[in-house]
Design a protein around this ligand. Sequence first.
Ligand code: DON
Length: 331
Amino acid sequence: MVQGTMNLNTQIDKEWLQNYVDDWVAFYQKTTEEGKVASYIPVLAEANPDHLGIAIYGKNGMNITSGDTDVTFTIQSISKILTFIVACMERGVSYVLDRVDVEPTGEAFNSIMHLEMKSPNKPFNPFVNAGAITVTSLLEGKNSQEKLEPVFELLEKMIGYRPIINQQVFASEDETSARNRAIGYYLLETESLESPLDVTLETYFKQCSIETTVTDLAKIGLILANDGEDPDSEEEIIPRQIARITKAIMLTCGMYDASGKFATYVGIPAKSGVSGGIVALAPPRVRNAQFPFIEGCGIGVYGPALEERGNSVAGMKLLKHIASQWDLSIF
Ligand code: DON
């Protein structure tokens, strides 16, 4: 692997960066063997655990992609960012945050225990399943299609096309959903849901089954890095306040019970999903030296071999390495 700090006085050139990133991806690809693909949703178990790919998108068309970038995968929990943004746009930030808190849990993403023990009427945050299912219930619309239409419209503005729902993954989610149904019934009992339970869960399973690529995730990250504005057209895609709150919750809760460590050792907002995707971003930063992507970037990573908390094992290591080499930390 290429070691050491790059020559920061050199004009940053794409080919030069590409060589570094290719080398890092090849190195961290070997760490995929430390993880396991998710198997609690049977279709997800079909993923190739050796895959590792990354896309990094910056301003002015600057982008780097490396590794297994052509593989499509379902967005899973990364969709929780999108539904949170849309719910805030539709219902207002205070309405949503009156119903879902913004506190990290330190527990597994699908934990039920902490809901009952610590917060009977308000899920901890929009990225644990209880909070995400509540947020999905707040989306306007009578059925899953109506609820998800603004999510697809938002996605289309961010990634430039309308993605599909992977029907096989959706069916697999639905068939193996006992725990999410248990969470749903709990939320029903505490009167947290604003849509019927079946509509809410169908919408939640569909949002998790949206098919995506690392390039899509990098584009989503770049718009968030740019406080909700498209850096090319300067169009406001997400209101600034909502983009900022979303980034804060990504930093504190985006990597589940590894969020504290990720914030400490990597230092950038990120959100993972059990299919192995991670969306991350670095806002524009002020540094004396000239680092790559100094004006901010969005990063999409895919590596389906997961550590025990449900985050891509090689993806996290790769992000940590890049963040330290390029001084991406927001702190
Ligand atoms: O709720 C579930 O089980 C999934 N469909 C989404 C979970 C997920 O991606 C959690 N991520 N780490």
